[in-house]
Design a protein around this ligand. Structure first.
Ligand SMILES: Cc1ncc(COP(=O)(O)O)c(C=O)c1O
Length: 431
């Protein structure tokens, strides 16, 4: 087992060395912000807990932005990866790989409807790139319709489909012919879908501030896509694999998309992986005669596939989707009680399953609440596209007692924000 101090002489020496390295060699301004907000050095993690350089334990309610569905280092995933390391780590791609085949089959078995042909990549953004390219190649059309406040990743195509201008401004021109419509409003889709290759949408917006659309949104979007001859791409990278209390969040509306993207929790938080799963008819239209058009050297490595197969087994056998639903209801009720008790600080709490967002009255409160929760031994995080919304997104293995602890820490944070900052001017309401 590695030394908890990574060879440093003391906890403070490890902190100083790490901070200096970040400040000089990684991201100087971010390093300073993280230091100011009291961010420690993470040295070890197991289950729902992360330990810092001083030995302090934190309940992980940031959850790697959705990566750690099984918690950290789930023993069955680790065992599968260790065993695979004795056989083969990466694929040479010139021969068949049994685990990639098995993972493709496993995803086809659990994916909605006839979604059945998978492509494996290494991250969420790459899965989105693959899905967007598939849509253009399959339809022969160019236009992509996406939603405001969406987050699909930060590579060029994924960024073009994402909805926050601040992340895009320095890089233009991005992909041509990407149109953004308001999220959750199916009627806004009708005109823009005309001639579109695809509508790409998160069944629940995660980084946009945990936005749950009205029931039937995806059903209506499905019908409109069918009428327009456009593909429906469901980005389940954050919402999928049980996070929201259903295996996939598009199941809430009983909708079968044409393409579904996955990443984050797919390989149990141990080895990175991204994937899209497509309808055979769509995949064949794009690549039936051109199987090498879209490829990846590292994508779907034996290590990642071994991890993903074990993770899917754990998800099913340990009934973690049910736990996400039950503990999610508890977490949402707890966060809503805090919102009721501190209405000047927390505007509302919302979400589904274990993807819960607390929208603050003003962005300014987050800078007190998150560090205060950290002091109380619980991690939480902002959403990337809405600095006013704090997300609570623990592993799906979380217990009722752990949810209570996190809600208590959130309450302490809200109380501290109210006491220290008083009444701040409200940030504008979400668009
Ligand atoms: C819905 C969604 N799509 C795509 C991505 C991009 O994934 P990655 O950061 O692995 O590229 C994210 C990441 O937060 C996401 O939440």
């Amino acid at each position: 087992m590695a030394d908890d101090l990574y060879g440093a002489a003391s906890p403070q020496a490890l902190y100083d060395e790490t901070y200096e390295n970040y400040r000089q060699y990684l991201n100087p301004p971010l390093a300073r912000v993280m230091k100011l907000s009291g961010s420690p050095v993470a040295v070890r993690a197991r289950g729902t807990t992360i330990w810092d350089h001083t030995g302090k334990a934190y309940l992980d309610f940031a959850g790697g932005y959705g990566v750690f569905t099984l918690g950290h280092l789930h023993p069955r995933v680790v065992a599968a990866v260790r065993a695979q390391l004795d056989l083969m780590a990466l694929s040479g791609k010139t021969m068949f790989d049994p685990l990639a085949g098995r993972l493709g089959k496993a995803l086809a078995e659990i994916a909605p409807g006839d979604l059945g042909i998978s492509f494996f990549a290494n991250s969420g953004a790459e899965a989105i790139e693959g899905a967007l390219k598939l849509a253009r190649a399959a339809t022969g059309r160019v236009k992509i319709v996406a939603t405001r406040d969406a987050f699909h990743g930060k590579t060029f195509g994924a960024l073009a489909a994402s909805g926050r201008d601040a992340f895009k401004a320095p890089y233009g021109p991005l992909l041509a012919d990407v149109v953004h419509v308001p999220y959750g409003d199916a009627s806004a889709l009708e005109g823009p879908l005309s001639g579109a290759a695809a509508f790409v949408v998160e069944p629940i917006q995660g980084e946009g501030g945990v936005n749950v659309p009205p029931p039937g949104y995806l059903t209506r979007a499905r019908a409109l896509c069918d009428a327009a001859g456009s593909l429906l791409i469901a980005d389940e990278i954050q919402t999928g694999l049980g996070r929201c209390g259903e295996l996939f969040a598009c199941n809430f509306d009983g909708v079968v998309p044409d393409v579904m993207t996955l990443a984050k929790g797919l390989s149990g938080g141990v080895v990175p992986i991204g994937a899209y799963v497509a309808r055979p008819s769509v995949w064949n239209a794009a690549y039936g005669r051109a199987p090498l058009l879209h490829t990846s050297t590292f994508g779907g490595s034996p290590l990642a596939c071994a991890a993903a197969l074990a993770a899917l087994d754990v998800l099913r056998e340990d009934r973690l989707v049910d736990n996400a639903r039950d503990r999610g209801a508890q977490l949402l009720a707890g966060a809503q009680a805090v919102a009721r008790d501190y209405p000047g600080v927390v505007r509302e709490a919302r979400g589904r399953g274990l993807l819960v967002g607390a929208e603050l009255v003003s962005e300014g409160y987050g800078g007190t609440i998150i560090p205060e929760m950290l002091k109380a031994g619980v991690t939480a995080a902002w959403t990337l596209n809405q600095q006013r919304v704090i997300r609570l997104e623990p592993p799906l293995i979380v217990t009722a007692a752990e949810v209570d602890r996190a809600v208590e820490a959130f309450r302490l944070g809200a109380a501290a924000a109210q006491e220290r900052l008083g009444v701040l001017a409200p940030s504008p309401a979400p668009v």
